[in-house]
Structures are given as structure tokens and as C-alpha cells.
Design a protein around this ligand. Structure first.
Ligand code: FMN
Ligand code: SF4
Ligand code: SF4
Length: 396
């Protein structure tokens, strides 16, 4: 079987799959279930400093899914692109309860998985105080969460509302922490890779590029955001393309390992992140909707696939996609050796392709849809929309 283990700053992970800091990691019992399910590590739900303590009490209800249950075949079949909106800022625990729970978690999971405590301060003093406290716990690793998507809207210097403090905060924590640590940064800034470089310069052992956005879903009957009235976390598997972009850009610039995972929904997503340069891949929504045991299934499927491909370890795959991600200007234009053709034996004459062909190149004939090669732009849209997979692009 392919070796899925990885190491960061001397800490060994049996596989790269991490339970992201979220509802499934709210306490010791849940993290134990998650590690038993097969994950290599768990990032505990974040502890907020005292300034953000109102976030320890969440709105109810606090979750809303869009484009999920409507999927044909649900719940046996699940969609691969949907949105989860949420407002669940941080751990419900105060400082002492959080530290006790971290120790309890380590007692329960022992060496079966890596335990990562997650802290989120709103001033240098608060960051330092929390680092002092976590030093005294049995956490294996620490994550400094400077990514909270709601923080900018909360009016406190935290997460996405404190990007300008990142370097100073990380430098302060690096001076206090006696454990290896990663920093989770927000995508809600002009240049997340630049922030990741600051994190590296300030002494972090890894950077986590997998935080969500904030957004609203509007109920047009009440003209109000649903299911709660404010901005909330906004993400889900539809965001994976953005996550892969961030990770591939960061991998070209950084030396420290990258933790990734925005939008992971199955094992192929973990492979994709690894190929773009990630060392650990976390999941939040994927676990919340598929359950803890899915991580064990992902590890098995990924290992079997790697065996088939001849990859012996994750090192063999890490970053191999990077040379294939060229600059936009280098993408070949107007190739003259490709032609769109419709297999009329598959065509049911439904007309779907006609409404999406903006070059008026398709005609419905008695035998099926036919493409006029002189009008066709080879844009590929008919290939994508046809329910019968009748149009194909052929090399000529
Ligand atoms: C309900 C919910 C609660 C979350 N709470 C936290 C948190 O306390 N700390 C944190 O760093 N990230 C938190 N996150 C973000 C996740 O750790 C993860 O970065 C994010 O969900 C992106 O990954 P995903 O697409 O697999 O969900 C939360 C996400 C969700 C959905
Ligand atoms: S490839 Fe594009 S332009 Fe050509 S027939 Fe299909 S949709 Fe029309
Ligand atoms: S969408 Fe497909 S099946 Fe429908 S008319 Fe076009 S080619 Fe035929």
C-alpha cells in the first residue's frame, strides 16, 4: 500500500487528512470519534480571546445549505457543488475549559492522531496569553487562526479583520510558543500569498490556506439574510477551484509546508491539493455532511489509486501539477486541428445544445443535430451541455 504519512516540524501524521476546525472538532469526544474514523489529525475548534467571547454563544439555527437536498437521487447520491452558510464563530469553551478539553482529547486519542489546538487572539497581549496557556497542554501542534471570516464584521481586530496584524501577531506567538505551529490565513484579502509569505518570515512551521469567505443568502420573501440576519461563513465544495489556485500559487513561493482544503468533498480532491503542493489536506463541510468515517474511506481509496498509478508516497505526487499550471498568456489560442462533431446515433434532438451555441453553428436535422464547421468556433459548450454526450471534439 502507498505510504500516506507526512511529517511537519518533527510531528508525524499517519495520513494527510485533517479534521478542520469546525463543529466536528468541538470537544474531546468528537475529536476521538474523528480520529477513530481514520483522520490523521484534528484541529480543535478555535478558542477566541476574551474580546471575542460573545462568539462562544452561536445563533440558532446557524446552518443553511443551498443546492444540496434538491440533487437528484439525494440522499443516496450527493451533489459535488453546493454552499453551506453558517455562523459558528469559535469554541463554546472559556480558557480553562478549552485547555482541559485539549488534554482530555490527547488522553483519548493518544498517538493515533495528531492533536492541533487552535487559537485566535485580537491583540498581541491576548495572543501571547493564549500561547502561554496552550504551552502547558498536551497538544502536539498549534494553529494560530487569523482567518475568521466574520471578524471584520464583528468590529474586533481578529481574523479577516486583522490581516494587517498578521506578521506582528505571528512573531509575538513565535516568541512564546514551545510547540510547532501553523497559521491559518484568510482568503478575504487582496493577496493571500503575500500574507502567507509574511507568516513564513515570522517563523511559522506551516501555513493553512483553507479558510472560508463571509457572505449572505437572501430570502426574497422576507428580504432578509437566512437563516440568521448577519454576514456568515460562506463556503462548500463549490469553492475548491479557489483553494487549488491559492495553494498552487503559495507552493511556488513558500518553503514551509502548506495545509489546504477549501471545498474537499472526496479523496480525489485530496490528490488534487497534494498535486498542487499541499502537505496536509483538511475538511470541514465534507465531514459535517458525510460523517467521521468518510476520512478512513478517503485514505483507503487514495492509497489504492496511488498503488494503481505507481506513486509510492505523497512525496511522489506533491507539486507535480505545478509545472502544468502555465500563465494565462501562454495558453495556446485558436488551435486549427480541433473540430466539434456530433454523433447523431446518440442525439435525441432535444435542442439543448442549440440554445447554448452562440455561433449559430448547430442545426436540428431529421437524423439529429449537425454542426456547420464553417460557423463553429470550437468553444466546446455543446460538449458540456449535451445530456447524451453526443458532441465531441476531435483532432483532425
Ligand atoms: C460550521 C463551521 C465552523 C467553523 N469553525 C471554525 C473555527 O472555529 N476555527 C477555524 O479555524 N475554522 C473554522 N471553520 C473553517 C473550517 O476549519 C475550514 O477551514 C473551512 O470550512 C473550509 O474547509 P471546507 O470547505 O472543507 O469546509 C469552520 C467552518 C464551518 C463550516
Ligand atoms: S463547439 Fe461551440 S461553436 Fe461549435 S457547435 Fe459547439 S457550441 Fe457551437
Ligand atoms: S444536446 Fe445533444 S442530444 Fe440534444 S440536440 Fe444537442 S447533440 Fe442532440
Amino acid at each position: 500500500m502507498a505510504d500516506l504519512s507526512v511529517e511537519i516540524a518533527g510531528v508525524k501524521f499517519k495520513n494527510p487528512i485533517v479534521l478542520g476546525s469546525a463543529t466536528p472538532t468541538m470537544d474531546a469526544i468528537r475529536m476521538k470519534q474523528g480520529i477513530d474514523g481514520g483522520a490523521g489529525a484534528a484541529i480543535a475548534k478555535s478558542l477566541f480571546g476574551e474580546a471575542g467571547k460573545f462568539g462562544r454563544n452561536f445563533p440558532r439555527p446557524r446552518f443553511k445549505l443551498a443546492d444540496y437536498r434538491e440533487y437528484p437521487g439525494y440522499p443516496d447520491k450527493l451533489p459535488h457543488a453546493f454552499t453551506l452558510r453558517s455562523l459558528e464563530e469559535c469554541s463554546a469553551f472559556d480558557y480553562p475549559t478549552y485547555m482541559d478539553d485539549i488534554n482530555r482529547t490527547k488522553d483519548l486519542i493518544k498517538d493515533d492522531g495528531v492533536l492541533i489546538a487552535s487559537l485566535s487572539g485580537s491583540s498581541l497581549e491576548e495572543w501571547a496569553e493564549m500561547c502561554e496557556l496552550v504551552n502547558k497542554t498536551n497538544a502536539d501542534f498549534v494553529e494560530l487562526n487569523n482567518s475568521c471570516p466574520f471578524a471584520a464584521d464583528m468590529g474586533i481586530k481578529m481574523g479577516s479583520g486583522a490581516v494587517d496584524m498578521t506578521y506582528e501577531a505571528v512573531k509575538t506567538c513565535a516568541g512564546v510558543l514551545k510547540k510547532p505551529f501553523s497559521v491559518k490565513i484568510t482568503p478575504q484579502t487582496n493577496n493571500p500569498v503575500e500574507v502567507a509569505k509574511q507568516v513564513e518570515a515570522a517563523g511559522a512551521n506551516a501555513v493553512n490556506m483553507s479558510a472560508r469567505f463571509s457572505g449572505i443568502m437572501l430570502d426574497i420573501e422576507t428580504a432578509s439574510p437566512t437563516p440568521f440576519g448577519a454576514m456568515g461563513g460562506y463556503g462548500g465544495p463549490y469553492l475548491i477551484g479557489y483553494g487549488l489556485k491559492l495553494v498552487s500559487q503559495a507552493a511556488k513561493e513558500l518553503k514551509i509546508p502548506i495545509i489546504s482544503g477549501l471545498g474537499v468533498w472526496d479523496w480525489r480532491d485530496i490528490v488534487a491539493y497534494t498535486m498542487c503542493g499541499a502537505t496536509l489536506v483538511q475538511s470541514g463541510v465534507g465531514i459535517m455532511l458525510q460523517g467521521y468515517k468518510v476520512t478512513g474511506k478517503w485514505a483507503e481509496s487514495m492509497s489504492a489509486w496511488m498503488d494503481g498509478k505507481g506513486y509510492k508516497s505523497l512525496d511522489d505526487m506533491r507539486g507535480i501539477a505545478l509545472p502544468n499550471i502555465v500563465k494565462t498568456a501562454d495558453v495556446p489560442r485558436k488551435p486549427d486541428n480541433i473540430k466539434a462533431v456530433i454523433d447523431t446515433t446518440k442525439c435525441t434532438r432535444c435542442g439543448v445544445c442549440l440554445r447554448s451555441c452562440f455561433y449559430d453553428a448547430i442545426t436540428l436535422t431529421k437524423v439529429g443535430a449537425v454542426i456547420n464547421p464553417d460557423a463553429c468556433d470550437v468553444c466546446g459548450m455543446c460538449v458540456e451541455v449535451c445530456p447524451e454526450y453526443a458532441p465531441k471534439l476531435h483532432k483532425v
